[in-house]
Design a protein around this ligand. Sequence first.
Ligand code: GLN
Length: 245
Amino acid sequence: MMQLSIGHLFPDLMNIYADRGNVECLKKRSEWRGIQVSVHQINNEMDLHGVHVDLLIVGGGQDRQQLEASNALQGAVGHFVKHAFENNVVMLAVCGGFQLMGVRYVDADGLEIPGLGIFDMETIHPGRQIRRAVGNIVIETQKGQLVGYENHGGQTYLGGSTEPLGKVLVGHGNNAADDTEGARIETAYGTYLHGSLLPKNPHFADHLIHLACQHYEPGFKLSELDDELEWCAHNGVLKISGRSD
Ligand code: GLN
């Protein structure tokens, strides 16, 4: 039986706009295929020796939580995440968690919050006088359209060695200057899409599960699921965003 281990990074600290749902979605969609799943909470209280994960998931958080998370990332948790990335663990980082996977986040008060530098990017908050990027968002990616909800003040600028996850069709995305959204490098993905992201985008959830299964069984294929409800929710966001064909 295929077994997968999911690491949920800072589950209490970095979890807003239902981001916890991404872990639940990966777990359920794997179990519905007969894959055994274990979920490990990863934070700086835990002894991480011998902990192995195949997928690593982190959600968003307000500036105050990000500072606390960044302090934890300077220690054992940061080494764990970097090691995981170097070993092609499949990663999904959302909003505030995504920003902390870049080189730095300068918060609304101008405080520089160091990141892990997994993505070659930086995020600058232009200050509270500038309207936050809030609302439904639709992006075009190599894996098809993704829909979600964004709510962030920080604006992200990608460097040369990190690709965007997608192109903005509706919404703000990374910044007000270009139409990029998110980031991706190797098997690590970052995005501003909350909601949570994966339940309304089953094709992307399966892409992440499929990637993780390849470590154990190259060529492993996921069986089809009845995703009527998921596509109904997906198309609902397209409709209210004026994108339904
Ligand atoms: N605090 C960050 C910002 O405002 C991230 C917010 C979030 O995770 N939704 O940009």
